[in-house]
Write a protein that binds this ligand. Structure first.
Ligand code: ADE
Length: 225
């Protein structure tokens, strides 16, 4: 999978995407992520990409022309399955959305800043808007890195058995069961006996029950879905 990201702060995306599992995904060439600094398409030598809003009001708006030029430049080289705008107005991001995006080949993500991007770019270029939650971030970059991480780890070959996505919370709309490691007793706190029995069938049943209990207690909304 390839992901292009248009941003005014590429530095914000560098660190989250260049360590741990995201690094492994890219080292193995299962995922390539390229950031593009919108200022390269700025209209003047000051690197201007935003302007005052029509109608007045506080906050700048990211202009049409640099964004349209950046998108069209990238579209000459790739056909995108989705052009995604990170925005608090978007569809709420969850595991289902991550699963479905992980099946795509090419994504373009646009990160907004200030008051956001000119509405005409949303109408004429953007095919999907994604929000990572009901709060406002100062820009789309951190949200984009959340989305890229959640998608990247689902690509076949990225995770090994130990970190397999199949047993994560939210796969099957259930939270993950509790996990334990050595020692079997710490300060008198014992690991549940069943995990020490070596009986895979019993352990699997126990884990399923624990997942169900935890989901009922903490996220009953997941069971209703
Ligand atoms: N940009 C600003 N806030 C955001 C959010 N909650 N989700 C996605 N992008 C955003």
């Amino acid at each position: 999978m390839h992901i292009d990201i248009i941003t005014v702060v590429p530095e914000l995306l560098e660190s989250p995407l260049s360590h741990s599992i995201m690094k492994r995904a890219q080292d193995k060439n299962l995922l390539t992520v390229q950031t593009h600094n919108l200022r390269e398409w700025a209209l003047n030598k000051y690197g201007q990409v935003d302007d005052y809003q029509f109608g007045g009001g506080a906050g700048m708006v990211m202009m049409c022309e640099p964004l349209a030029n950046a998108i069209e430049h990238l579209q000459k080289k790739k056909t995108y399955d989705e052009i995604i705008y990170m925005s608090p107005d978007g569809e709420r991001f969850n595991q289902r959305v991550a699963n479905s995006l992980s099946l795509k080949d090419n994504l373009l993500i646009i990160c907004g800043h200030y008051k956001g991007i000119d509405e005409r770019i949303r109408q004429h270029f953007v095919t999907k808007e994604i929000s990572i939650g009901d709060y406002v971030l100062s820009g789309g970059e951190i949200a984009a890195s959340v989305v890229v991480d959640a998608i990247g780890r689902l690509l076949p070959g990225v995770l090994n058995d130990e970190t397999s996505a199949l047993t994560d919370s939210f796969q099957d709309n259930l939270l993950a069961p509790p996990v334990y490691t050595r020692p079997a007793e710490f300060r008198g706190w014992k690991v549940p006996e069943i995990l020490l029995t070596g009986n895979p069938k019993l352990i699997e049943e126990w884990r399923f029950e624990q997942s169900l209990e935890r989901t009922k207690a903490r996220r009953p909304d997941l069971l209703e879905e």
